[in-house]
Design a protein around this ligand. Structure first.
Ligand code: DGJ
Length: 728
């Protein structure tokens, strides 16, 4: 619910459990007065006290009112160069050469439904579920208008934000910074949690108290990156899974981003989130607008668990689009870890045969099916079937798979090109490169300038032909290097600051074309695993390959970190062979299945090499997953332990919304002598119900929740256990 109180000059956004308030203050400065647990009514500006602070300037109109400073009051959208020295949200380069922005309130509007952002991913939904607010701010001297957009999804405590900047003057201005979100706090005793890592070890949480000055994570790699994720949490110092106030902020964007927090001199805090200002500069001609990507906030007064569940519900129901919204995804078999690029049609069919017999539904042919692609130094850019490997083309293979009862999926990497390719030989000028400098290589490949329409058209034409040539149910869209030499031959010097963002818009345009032309296609995002795992890609691809690291024990950590924002149904996860290719670790097949099942679930190995017992395990796992899909993928998710604490086991849980069913999954660490006999407290149950556990006993919900379930002693390393609870 959005309430406009004209008399008190208040704008208040209410969700089921939270409230968010801004106030039009003196001189039309828009202040942020509150975000936290829901309050019925009230003007929270009573918490703000004017105070004359040294070296905090006063706006010109304030005259001798020395208590009024942009530097000390919490701002709804911070400005720059006019008295607020904290993290700016916007920076404009004006025709005069001045780099500043001074914004004042000019009006607002509320409507039912959710605003949309042209060419950009955004949460969506019905008029019943959503309300939108548009707040207009103007910089009179610069003749620039800034529209702050808010969407309120009351039932899931989600508040979305975006910003549209329009040049209302008659000369060009340059937008040098445009954050999607600015959130001021009148306190600084907060911790910041960010999700960091590397290729094959993504999204590991790191928590640290806000210290004076700035702390931030970012990507300047052209993609959201393995190293940091565009999602951050600010929380009470003692917040945990079930207690404490916490604020999660995600950016629906797949390119360079900045998530920065500042603890200020007067013990306040500010969080900004948006496109990274690094090499960013967008020219706005008279009348032109720029729209910042969407950010989304959840405030949870009851710890991280509730915050995550609200994000999960919102993403599953209001970001993932049809036809895969809530729908079961096929259990797949992927050939990559089994064959890499060295395969023939016969070898693929061999793997497929075994997989089909064990209940799998989709065969995914990974990298190596096109052009002269036998190693990673050739072929990218030539999206034409290699008939030496696949005689009779894709159709012949698809017919054989179909006869086995399997649908067909294929791998692509549309943004890239090898120098050894027909495409590069014909269009060497289509890659990102700086005049006079040879472009850097990454995995022996160069980056196509996806900011250019003709480049996208050409690649899309080829891929469209492939996808139209036979029945393709699934596409894995990979992206295997970071962007360098980000310069486009198609843009004049003053517009080179637009290339990074135009590239991302190009990626979204390409993805949207795939959705338009192949509406039933299941798209899986991928960037060397989880290098572009973000809310932006999820709008187009309902699932994203979580990591190239398929080791079950490392995956416990990767999937744990990922789950703070993203739902199980978005995490690409497969069972692979042991010893694991990345870690060399050997884990039981049961354990690998239990871990991959809390993801989209599939296998990535040659099942012909499994023992009969292992095959039986695979068959059972696949059957179990299909039967309990709804609970596993769409249930409420609880993290029961933190795998980074190196405890005796890692456990997590899914509970059905009506609390009549739950699945607890548990994986042990290395076994040690003299083990304790432990009980595991199960969360989210109905204390008044009684549950059967794996079909046995009659356990009161309150007992399971408060005293716990006695865990059996599992001897051996990395063992696993699943407890299936059903209400009587
Ligand atoms: C990186 C991906 O993450 C892998 O799964 C695989 O598709 C390879 N690329 C293929 O080149």
């Amino acid at each position: 619910m959005i309430v406009l109180d004209k008399e008190r000059k208040l704008i208040t956004l209410h969700t089921q459990n939270t409230s968010y308030q801004m106030k039009i203050w003196d001189y039309s400065v828009l202040l942020h007065t509150y975000y936290g647990p829901r309050i019925a009514d009230g003007d929270l500006s009573c918490l703000l006290r004017p105070w004359d602070r040294g070296f905090s300037p006063n706006p010109n109109e304030a005259g001798d009112e020395r208590g009024f400073s942009l530097d000390t009051f919490p701002q709804e959208y911070s400005t720059c160069g006019v008295g607020d020295f904290r993290l700016p949200s916007i920076e404009l380069e004006l025709p005069s050469g001045s780099r500043s922005a001074d914004l004042r309130y000019a009006g607002c509007e509320v409507r039912s439904g959710k605003y949309a952002l042209e060419g950009l991913p955004a949460f969506y939904g019905s008029e019943e579920d959503w309300q939108s607010l548009s707040v207009r701010l103007t910089d009179t001297a610069a003749q620039v208008e800034v529209e702050l957009l808010y969407g309120v999804l009351e039932k899931y405590d989600l508040i979305t934000r975006s910003v549209r900047v329009t040049n209302r003057g008659d000369r060009s201005v340059k937008l040098c910074r445009c954050m999607s979100l600015c959130l001021d706090f009148t306190r600084a005793d907060l911790d910041m949690i960010t999700f960091n890592g590397a290729h094959v070890m993504e999204r590991c949480p790191c928590r640290s108290p806000l210290h004076p000055g700035f702390q931030s994570v970012e990507s300047v790699r052209g993609a959201s990156s393995h190293q940091h994720n565009p999602f951050a949490v600010l929380c009470d110092r003692n917040a945990d899974e079930d207690h404490g106030l916490c604020y999660g902020a995600m950016l629906l964007y797949s390119g360079n981003f900045l998530a920065a927090a500042e603890r200020t001199q007067f013990e306040n805090a500010r969080l900004v989130l948006g496109i990274h200002p690094y090499q960013f500069g967008w020219v706005l001609k008279p009348g032109e607008s720029f729209t910042a990507p969407e950010a989304a906030l959840v405030c949870s007064p009851a710890g991280f668990g509730q915050m995550s569940r609200q994000f999960h519900r919102s993403i599953r129901e209001h970001l993932i689009r049809d036809p895969y919204r809530g729908r079961r995804r096929p259990v797949l078999i992927n050939n990559w870890e089994a064959t890499e690029m060295r395969f023939t049609a016969g070898r693929l069919v061999q793997i497929a045969q075994e997989a089909a017999g064990l209940g799998m539904e989709l065969f995914v042919m990974d990298d190596g099916w096109f052009g002269a692609r036998n190693e990673d130094n050739a072929g990218l850019g030539d999206w034409v079937v290699n008939e030496t490997k696949l005689p009779g083309g894709l159709d012949a293979l698809v017919k054989r798979l179909k006869a086995l009862g399997l649908a067909f999926g294929i791998w692509i990497e549309p943004e890239m090109v090898n120098e050894d390719s027909e495409l590069y030989r014909a269009h060497p000028d289509w890659v990102l490169s700086v005049p006079g400098r040879g472009p850097s290589r990454g995995r022996q490949q160069l980056v196509l300038d996806f900011s250019r329409e003709e480049v996208r058209d050409h690649v899309y034409g080829q891929i469209h032909a492939v996808l139209s040539s036979t029945e393709v149910a699934y596409v894995k869209w990979d992206m295997n290097r970071s962007l360098t030499e980000v310069w486009s031959a198609a843009l004049p010097p003053e517009r080179q600051g637009e290339v990074y963002h135009r590239y991302v818009l190009g990626v979204y345009d390409f993805a949207e074309r795939l959705r338009r032309d192949f509406p039933q296609l299941l798209l899986e995002g991928c960037s060397g695993g989880g290098g572009r795992f973000d809310g932006g890609m999820l709008y187009y691809a309902p699932q994203i390959w979580c990591s190239d690291n398929t080791d079950a024990i490392d995956r416990l950590r990767i999937q744990y970190g990922t789950s703070f924002c993203y739902p199980v149904s978005s995490m690409g996860a497969h069972v692979s062979a042991v010893p694991n290719g990345t870690t060399g670790r050997v884990t039981p097949m049961e354990t690998r299945g239990v871990v991959a099942m809390s993801g989209t679930f599939g296998y990535e190995m040659d099942l012909n090499k499994c023992t009969p017992e292992e095959k039986e395990t695979v068959r059972r796992q696949t059957e179990w997953f299909k039967e309990h899909y709804e609970l596993i993928q769409n249930g409420d998710y609880y993290r029961l332990t933190d795998p980074f604490q190196n405890g005796p086991y890692t456990a997590w849980e899914q509970v059905s919304p009506n609390k009549r069913e739950a699945l607890v999954s548990l994986v042990t660490g290395p076994f040690r002598g003299a083990p304790p006999l432990l009980a595991l407290c199960i969360k989210g149950l109905d204390p008044a119900l009684r549950y059967r556990v794996n079909g046995e006993g009659s356990w009161p919900g309150d007992l399971l929740m408060n005293a716990g379930y006695p865990l059996p002693l599992l001897k051996g390393d990395y063992r696993s256990l699943q407890l299936y609870l059903q209400a009587e």
